[in-house]
Design a protein around this ligand. Structure first.
Ligand SMILES: C[S@@+](CC[C@H](N)C(=O)[O-])C[C@H]1O[C@@H](n2cnc3c(N)ncnc32)[C@H](O)[C@@H]1O
Length: 309
């Protein structure tokens, strides 16, 4: 296979991109997260990946120069990452010392979401600077090693984009009387975001012990007293206190059917709301005991909100 050789003009162009980022003072302002994330993406996708590709076809002399350029890009990338880290540490301290009320946290998060022209669900979904911020302040690590073997109808972990969670919280207008369950809560993003930006109690139910433990640890370290996690199969939990149930397509088939039955039983006792995101929305649309409260037709692309009849 013949690899592409680097053209001197491209070398200069790659170097110019790195230097432009290094010299952009605004990127060092700690709160300028969106621009910093955009610059990190350029370094990652347009510079470092390109250099790695060009290295395959380079001769000895070119390799030396390209490797030096790659090191320069990586340094720049790391430096921006360190500024992010400082920002997250400071904001975490402010959260733990209760500097902000939920509404103020919500306001701050607003600034980092990057709404696309049309929200479209994909696998994986689109994540943006808000997700980097959320992962930074919640200190969500790389996925811990799973301890239990999932059943075939259980869906693997994939977090709901934070802007989607915020949109749901805004539309639900949660109060201190609400108890929000995230069924299949993974590393606890939804539950912990709900606890950060609302007065509601939030409870995650997660099958995988390592994920549930990580989520719990994150909530305790941030002092999110209203966030709780249960390590259990969602079919085996009693939902007597729940007012809102969120499902980002966590399971399918018989498991979903059983959990829907449990929610339907709860709905027979009091009014509940069920929120879905992703392909699982199509299953919920068919439930006759639920009615959509959205102005638009429920779709996989946004959180669909249903109310029990
Ligand atoms: C698509 S992820 C959603 C994660 C989380 N809700 C979020 O948005 O960040 C699905 C999660 O459901 C969990 N899960 C699958 N089947 C489950 C079950 N029967 N009971 C509890 N959790 C389950 C998986 O382990 C995985 O973490």
């Amino acid at each position: 296979m013949a690899y592409e050789r680097i053209h001197p003009a491209e070398y200069a162009e790659l170097q110019a991109q790195i230097v432009a980022i290094e010299h952009e003072q605004s990127l060092t302002e700690v709160t300028n997260l969106v621009a910093r994330e955009a610059a990190r993406t350029v370094l990652d996708l347009r510079v470092i990946h390109r250099i790695e590709y060009l290295l395959r076809g380079a001769d000895k002399g070119e390799k030396k120069r390209l490797r030096a350029l790659k090191r320069q890009a990586l340094r720049s990338h790391d430096r921006l990452g360190q500024i992010n880290e400082q920002f997250f540490v400071t904001y975490r301290q402010q959260i733990t010392s209760r500097v902000y009320a939920p509404a103020a946290v919500r306001q701050r998060l607003c600034g980092y979401a990057e709404p696309g022209e049309h929200e479209v669900w994909s696998d994986p979904p689109r994540y943006d600077a808000l997700d980097t911020f959320i992962d930074g302040i919640l200190q969500i690590p790389v996925l811990p090693r799973a301890q239990r073997r999932p059943e075939p109808e259980m869906v693997y972990y994939q977090p709901t984009p934070a802007r989607i969670v915020l949109d749901m919280v805004d539309r639900l207008a949660l109060s201190a009387q609400d108890v929000v369950y995230d069924l299949g809560s993974g590393l606890g993003r939804v539950v912990n975001i709900v606890a950060l930006v609302s007065e509601a109690k939030s409870i995650g139910v997660e099958f995988e012990p390592a994920y549930a433990a990580q989520a719990e640890c994150c909530a305790r370290e941030l002092g999110l007293a209203r966030a709780h996690f249960i390590n259990a199969d969602a079919r085996e939990v009693s939902y007597g206190d729940g007012t809102v149930f969120f499902l980002y397509t966590p399971f399918k088939g018989i498991i979903l059917q059983r959990v829907v039955e449990l929610l339907c039983d709860e709905a027979a006792k009091r009014r509940i709301r069920v929120c879905t995101y992703g392909p699982g929305t199509l299953d919920m649309v068919q439930q006759e005991w639920l009615v959509s409260v959205d102005a638009d037709e429920p779709s996989v692309d946004h959180v669909a909100i249903f109310e029990s009849r």
